[in-house]
Design a protein around this ligand. Sequence first.
Ligand SMILES: Nc1ncnc2c1ncn2[C@@H]1O[C@H](COP(=O)(O)OP(=O)(O)OP(=O)(O)O)[C@@H](O)[C@H]1O
Length: 310
Amino acid sequence: MFKIENLVKNYGNFTAVNDISFEIEKGSIFGLIGPNGAGKTTTMRIMATLLTKTSGNIFLGGQDLYKDIKESRKMLGYMPDFFGVYDDLRVSEYLEFYGEAYGLNLIDVRKVIPDLLELVGLGHKRDDFVNNLSRGMKQRLCLARTLIHQPEVLILDEPASGLDPRARVELRNILKELQKMGKTIIISSHILLELSQLCTHVGIIVDGKMPIIGPMDKVLSQVQGNTLVQIKVLEDLERAKLWLLEQHKVVNVDINNLGDFEVTFSGDEREMAVLLKEMAEKFLVLSFNPQRQNLEEIFMELTEVNGGEG
Ligand SMILES: Nc1ncnc2c1ncn2[C@@H]1O[C@H](COP(=O)(O)OP(=O)(O)OP(=O)(O)O)[C@@H](O)[C@H]1O
């Protein structure tokens, strides 16, 4: 859907985006994560055609993004990290205003507004003043505005920032709904745990470079060292322990105070699944829980290694 090749952006002598390449598949939710100043907003604004690149190529749906900017913009919905204050504008008027700004016919815009407001959970607020909405509601209204021209691709710059946990969950559910509707979503965030539950793919951006990119699961296993797997076996513990210690990629086996095994495992997810299968053929395995290191911890490690602020 989106292909970015060797993207560079300089601000004067400063290189904010330094030779980044990645691809975003149609229908995926791609998380762009990185510390402050890493280059996320710059990259997203370039992808949204709102900022010029210094060099590199960008393709949207197989076409050069810049070949026909008007056409590209029809496919793109961009939600900035800040949005303005609109005195004396009601929710429905706000959406009408943006619809007209996109060159849409007001009658058509009015037809889609109820569905859009329903989608973002603001159906009951259509006649309220925008300034009286809560922060979470404003974010959702801004998302509705991003959808007004029915773009295929959404570029959302930190849409969850400043939201309380409940509002974040609501936003996440709306984004999953949009994915089901076939949208491709690019989202940046500092809320890394949120991204690990939402995104199908992730690119970690540090100092204008993207050292790690790929499907969420692969990125997690790539940056993970060993995985700790908690295993509960109902009987034959001694024999099970000896068996485990003989298995490929099992580094260590402890038994915790609940009598469960804590197995340090150096293999990938597939190898772990094979271990589970073989173990279950020999022993009464009640549970098998890999303790996945969360993205927050991985991110801290990565940005430390790369000298970022985290
Ligand atoms: N217009 C500009 N002129 C000069 N430098 C800029 C400009 N815009 C951004 N920068 C610099 O480029 C770098 C990347 O900024 P960018 O806003 O893309 O980062 P970010 O990852 O979105 O950060 P944040 O999470 O804080 O929003 C930063 O060092 C920033 O100071």
